[in-house]
Design a protein around this ligand. Structure first.
Ligand SMILES: Nc1ncnc2c1ncn2[C@@H]1O[C@H](COP(=O)(O)OS(=O)(=O)O)[C@@H](OP(=O)(O)O)[C@H]1O
Ligand SMILES: [Mg+2]
Ligand SMILES: [Mg+2]
Ligand SMILES: [Mg+2]
Length: 331
């Protein structure tokens, strides 16, 4: 029986509303509505608005739950932030039942500042994962997960541009993925409430397998993955896409392995970039670890500081992929 039925319903609603914001923005986005953050990555009015929407909806049902969210309101305050703030406010209010004022909007965004840790309940939110994919009109995802005592219990992901059927790439787009610990995982189309149970592929020979990996070589080394593919005797082309949609693709069997290989020794993966994807992989029968085969540790704060890179597979071929990573990186 579902332990988090209420959380599941609220999270689905929040992710769908935030996805709606992103879809609205994409049609009208102008260049002044994208900011480059200190780490040189982009953030748009849609990222801020989606975070405000999700945090507001979560607060209404679970006022005591802290949130580890990617964005903060620093760039939206004061005179310099006035124009962008007003756009975000009207966007946010276009999907909320009760309108916010400017102060409440900024507060809602900043409710995502929780430092994380091993104690109690917390949500983690990536309002748009794959912002670069979003800007290109390609794959992005609204990603929300519930973590309790350092364990991911629930994950909901909205993928507005992902084809509902991998074999019909020109067909309907827009899917929602829902996974709860011990309850399996489901895909739902944006146009319906019917849920279909999904599972990973049953490929058991690694030479038959295919990778799903980042578009940006700066986020996961393509050279290293090509060499690992060669060690494994893999010949199929990689499926390349932005965002946690990669986890969705592996979880429904479109590809067999999600590899995220470190490009910089000092990079720590953010928990919001992987929490919902990790439970989706586990609940569809897959396996997830870092490149050394170590379980992901969600209890150390806003990042996965004890882990290096990510390997998610259909489970049958996991140990082979870890072995190849080991061989490649420790050569
Ligand atoms: N150096 C480096 N290494 C690994 N990961 C990084 C790095 N820099 C940024 N990021 C994070 O990558 C998130 C987007 O991941 P993607 O898999 O979508 O990358 S890609 O767009 O396909 O290249 C992106 O998430 P969003 O900001 O939510 O898009 C970042 O959190
Ligand atoms: Mg970002
Ligand atoms: Mg992200
Ligand atoms: Mg993001």
């Amino acid at each position: 029986m579902s332990v988090f039925a209420a959380e599941r319903t609220v999270a689905i609603n929040a992710v769908l509303r935030a996805s709606e914001v992103c879809q609205k923005v994409f049609k009208q986005l102008v260049s002044t509505e994208t900011i480059t953050k200190k780490d040189k990555t982009p953030v748009t009015i849609a990222d801020f608005s989606a975070q405000a929407v999700v945090n507001t909806i979560l607060y209404k049902s679970f006022p005591n739950d802290p949130i580890v969210g990617e964005e903060d309101s620093g760039d939206l305050r004061g005179d310099t932030g006035k124009e962008i703030r007003e756009r975000i406010l009207s966007l946010t209010n276009s999907v909320l039942d009760e309108p916010l004022d400017e102060e409440k909007l900024l507060d809602a965004i900043d409710r995502g500042s929780y430092p994380g840790g091993s104690q109690g309940r917390m949500w983690t939110l990536d309002p748009i994962d794959g912002t670069k994919g979003f800007l290109r009109g390609e794959q992005f995802a609204v990603c929300l997960a519930l973590i309790v005592g350092g364990n991911v219990q629930l994950g909901v992901m909205g993928c507005p541009n992902l084809p509902v059927d991998f074999n019909a790439p020109e067909g309907e787009r827009g899917c929602l993925f829902i996974a709860e610990k011990g309850q399996g995982a489901f895909q739902r189309n944006f146009s319906s409430t019917e849920e279909t149970k999904i599972h990973v592929s049953d490929v058991s020979s690694v030479s038959e397998a295919s990778f799903c990996e980042s578009v940006e070589a700066a986020h996961s080394s393509h050279d290293d993955s090509a060499q690992i593919a060669s060690l494994l005797g893999m010949t199929k082309p990689s499926l390349r896409m932005d965002s946690q949609c990669k986890y969705c693709s592996v979880s429904r069997g479109d590809a067999d392995i999600y590899l995220r290989l470190p490009t910089r020794a000092d990079y720590e993966e953010n928990i919001w970039d992987h929490a919902s994807g990790s439970i989706l992989i586990q609940e569809t029968g897959g396996e997830i670890s870092d490149i050394n085969g170590k379980p992901l540790d969600w209890s150390l704060g806003r990042t996965l500081k004890a882990n290096k890179g990510i390997v998610a597979t259909n489970s049958k071929i996991h140990s082979k992929v870890i072995e190849a990573c080991n061989k490649h990186f420790n050569k």
